[in-house]
Design a protein around this ligand. Structure first.
Ligand SMILES: [Zn+2]
Ligand SMILES: [Zn+2]
Length: 357
């Protein structure tokens, strides 16, 4: 039997693959050793230009979604790290993007629906032990933030004792455990300054998420660049007003057309209560076209759709989700996924997009 050139090449590839398979354990160990050391030594903040940056640490909603954890937005202002909402995959996604949760300077909550706080326990632990912090992290929010923070503090108080007993005060100082609630008030139609330090201002403003009160959005400004986060809301003049002239609007979005599909599915399956829930949740969110209209009204240059509901497991569904938005908004629109990264260098008008996963 004659073996042609192609046959010989295939045999060489097969032998090579076979030897790789035979040595997979030492090869994997060598790679893991190198990558682990690199990751632990790296500080991605050093490589970023001075400015504002958005790292999506959770682009989803309460509905399970493979590509999107519960709502979480990491904002980097200069060398400061702020987390807006702490959905279920927050700590894991922040780590996965290469950032150290131990360096978080503050957490801001938009409201206290469970999907916005599910990841708080894990995030507070990581923030404490990853940098031997001796002060609790401040968690900012409207009325109710004390209840949430105190609840987590109580639920994790036994864990606090275990960690200190095991690693010692020098490594995990007892005083650095958990969080300290910082409550602020917001007035209708007004933005309130809730944080200011190192060229960064953070304003909060009321949004419309009835029957949930209070519910707020945030505007983050740093050296001439600005980002607005809508929080959960129906289309709101407050968001449009707060976002006027901002660089990026991060707006929640729910496709009413796809929600209709889920309602019909529940009806066919005779799951009446689920059908009712699918119907109820459409009345306190914003459709992608409505978010696009607000972005146009506010004259922002970039609209990042966030808190994506329902999940979009098939590629064609992203097009369904975006249907009509291009006519409503002339700037750039992106449907957020976990790991998405936007850079807004200070002193420029540019917005550079990338992916950190
Ligand atoms: Zn939500
Ligand atoms: Zn909500």
């Amino acid at each position: 039997m004659r073996i042609g050139k192609l046959g010989s090449a295939l045999i060489v590839v097969a032998l090579f693959a076979g030897s790789l398979y035979a040595f997979r354990e030492p090869i994997s160990m060598a790679v893991a050793k190198r990558v682990t050391a690199q990751r632990m030594a790296s500080n991605p903040l050093k490589d970023l230009p001075d400015g504002l940056h958005i790292a999506v640490c959770g682009a989803g909603s309460p509905m399970p979604d493979e590509k999107r954890g519960g709502p979480c937005t990491l904002i980097i202002a200069g060398q400061q790290l702020f987390v807006f909402d702490a959905g279920n995959a927050s700590a894991r996604n922040i780590n996965k993007m290469g950032f150290n949760p131990g360096l978080i300077d503050g957490i801001f909550l938009t409201h206290f629906h469970s999907d916005h706080i599910d990841g708080m326990g894990e995030l507070l632990l990581q923030r404490w032990v990853s940098n031997s912090n001796s002060q609790p992290v401040k968690v900012y929010g409207p009325e109710g933030v004390d209840t949430v923070v105190n609840g987590f503090m109580q639920a994790y108080s036994l864990d606090q004792g275990y960690r200190v007993a095991h690693h010692g005060e020098a490594i995990v100082p007892r005083s650095g455990f958990g969080a300290q609630a910082v409550r602020f008030n917001t007035q209708p139609f007004e933005t309130s300054l809730v944080f200011e330090a190192q060229d960064t201002q953070i304003h909060a403003f009321s949004v419309a998420h009835a029957p949930i009160h209070p519910a707020v959005g945030y505007k983050i400004s740093y050296k001439g660049r600005s980002i607005v986060i809508s929080g959960d809301t129906t289309p709101s003049v407050h968001v449009a007003k707060a976002a006027a002239g901002a660089d990026v609007l991060i707006h929640e979005a729910m496709s009413m057309e796809l929600m209709q599909l889920l309602q019909e599915g529940a009806k066919t399956a005779k799951r009446d209560k689920l059908e009712q829930i699918m119907k109820d949740i459409t009345d306190y969110h914003t459709s992608p076209v409505q978010a696009a209209e607000i972005a146009q009204q506010a004259q922002v240059s970039f609209l990042l759709l966030h808190h994506i509901a329902p999940p979009l497991p098939l590629p064609g569904l992203v097009e369904v989700f975006l249907k009509g938005t291009k006519d409503a908004f002339k700037g750039t629109i992106q449907v957020a996924k976990d790991g998405d990264f936007l850079s807004l260098p200070a002193g420029q008008k540019t917005i550079k997009t990338s992916q950190r996963f």
